[in-house]
Design a protein around this ligand. Structure first.
Ligand code: GLU
Length: 472
């Protein structure tokens, strides 16, 4: 494939969810695979809905996933994204050209009139559409009304024309223009709408492939008409499938309409998120192949992007995450775990614990529940003991303390041998004995292997915890 020029064009109007980020990932992969260019263009033309925080998050996601881009203004450091709000003059100029060539027109209708029109059309069971009231104004009237400001520019959509294109993902698509509204291109505040700005910028930035969500298909005829009217070539179009929850409903917060940053904060690794996201609409072997970013750059094949909706399955993300956690070197994992460990945790201790928990973690955030007891002495619940241990647990622990105090060589083998000998001598149940020990040492029924844990905890701390418990 020839080098592509692709863009990620987020609107900073809310928190980006996994679908937006998947779009960025696909475009980035295609750019890297073909030796092309990946561009980030912030579509900030909706001043009412603009949220600065949303922009920060979008950029933070790209940085976290290391989806770097290749163009844009730069002062010393890396490239900044392009911002549409910095190109208003340019869109206004193009809007004027469209007016001059009769493809667009001024509209002075008040929002009250438009609202009334919409209501009436709905009541009649018609599709709400502008009635071209302002199209019949004379030059003179237009000039006069323009003085007062407060007008928009609309696209004069052909009334009954088929727009067809061969979508690289969705295949052949034809949409008739008869139900399409005369889209506002330039708003009364002088800002373009998405439809004008996207066409102008994709053309100016020489975008070869427009990659975006399937929800934009219905707008595409408007864009095609603009390309045609401006005499510009149309880029290749790829509309990516929707992402649904496992219940086939639209993705909601509950299923993952969260942002990648939420997942990061829940302890998902970027490698796992990337590997997981790539299968949201793209298919490769059994769709659970572990592929690093470098491997993905090679393997990614846009022709295998699916038409059908993708299903977001958090269990699959957990699985990928667990795999990537196990592939990490202990040193790196220790650093990654640090923010998830109690404040007082030092990195050396985390490193020692890692071999005991690495196989068990699906998310980094589980570290605290599984290993928090290494750092902080737990609250021991009598009822937890009563519910989970048969026999006289106090007695088990009293005897265990004596044995533990006598151990000279504080190693797992020695600890196990001595404790097993005690259990045998007393004819206790191994399960009950160790459950009691586990609950008192860790405050929980679920811990890494307990004798290995005791080694790391140290003899002194182990004795102290037992003594503290037995005192009460
Ligand atoms: N700003 C649009 C969005 O956030 C971009 C759509 C497109 O890529 O053309 O979805």
């Amino acid at each position: 494939m020839k080098p592509v020029r692709v863009r990620f064009a987020p609107s900073p109007t809310g928190l980006p969810h996994i679908g937006n980020t998947r779009t960025a990932l696909f475009a980035w992969l295609l750019a890297r695979q073909t030796g092309g260019r990946f561009i980030v263009r912030v579509e900030d033309t909706d001043q009412k809905r603009y949220q600065p925080q949303s922009l920060e998050k979008i950029l933070e996601i790209l940085e976290f996933l290391e989806l770097d881009w290749d163009e844009g203004p730069r002062v010393g450091g890396p490239h900044q994204p392009y911002f549409q709000s910095q190109r208003l003059d340019h869109y206004q100029k193009i809007a004027q050209e469209l007016i001059d060539s009769g493809v667009a027109y001024y509209c002075f209708c008040s929002s009250d009139r438009l609202e009334k029109l919409r209501r009436e059309q709905k009541e009649k069971g018609q599709i709400p559409k502008y009635d071209r009231h302002c199209l019949s104004l004379s030059e003179k009237e237009i000039e006069k009304k323009k003085q007062a400001g407060n007008y928009v520019v609309r696209l004069k959509m052909p009334e009954n024309l088929n727009f067809s294109w061969k979508d690289l993902v969705q295949g052949e698509i034809t949409i008739n223009s008869k139900d399409l509204d005369d889209q506002v291109l330039l708003k009364s505040d002088g800002y373009p709408t998405y439809h004008l700005a996207v066409v102008v910028d994709d053309h100016d930035m020489k975008i070869s492939h427009v990659i975006r969500g399937v929800e934009w298909i219905s707008s595409t005829p408007k864009h095609l008409f603009l390309y045609q009217s401006l005499g510009w070539p149309v880029p290749a179009l790829m509309h990516l499938p929707l992402i649904l929850g496992p219940d086939k409903a639209k993705l909601s917060k509950r299923h993952g309409a969260k942002s990648v940053l939420d997942y990061r904060d829940e302890g998902y690794l970027k490698e796992a998120l990337i590997n997981f996201m790539v299968y949201l609409g793209w298919s490769y072997h059994d769709n659970s192949q572990i592929l690093t970013k470098e491997e993905l750059i090679k393997a990614f094949d846009y022709q295998k992007i699916q038409k059908q909706n993708a299903i977001f399955d958090i269990k699959k993300l957990d699985w990928f995450n667990g795999q990537y956690i196990r592939m990490k070197k202990d040193e790196e994992l220790a650093q990654l775990l640090k923010p998830f460990a109690p404040k007082e945790a030092d990195e050396d201790l985390i490193k020692k614990i890692i071999p005991l928990v690495k196989e068990r973690l699906a998310r980094l955030s589980e570290f605290r529940g599984l290993a928090g007891f290494f750092f902080l002495s737990p609250e021991v619940s009598q009822s937890l003991l009563k519910e989970n241990v048969r026999g006289n647990y106090k007695n088990y622990l009293k005897e265990a303390l004596l044995v533990i105090q006598s151990i000279k060589d504080w190693q797992e083998g020695e600890i196990t041998r001595k404790l097993m000998a005690l259990i045998k001598k007393k004819s206790w149940q191994t399960g009950d004995f160790f459950m009691a020990l586990r609950i008192v040492i860790a405050g929980s029924r679920h811990t890494p292997p307990i004798n290995d844990s005791l080694v790391i905890l140290g003899k002194e701390e182990t004795i102290q915890r037992l003594q503290k418990f037995l005192k009460n």
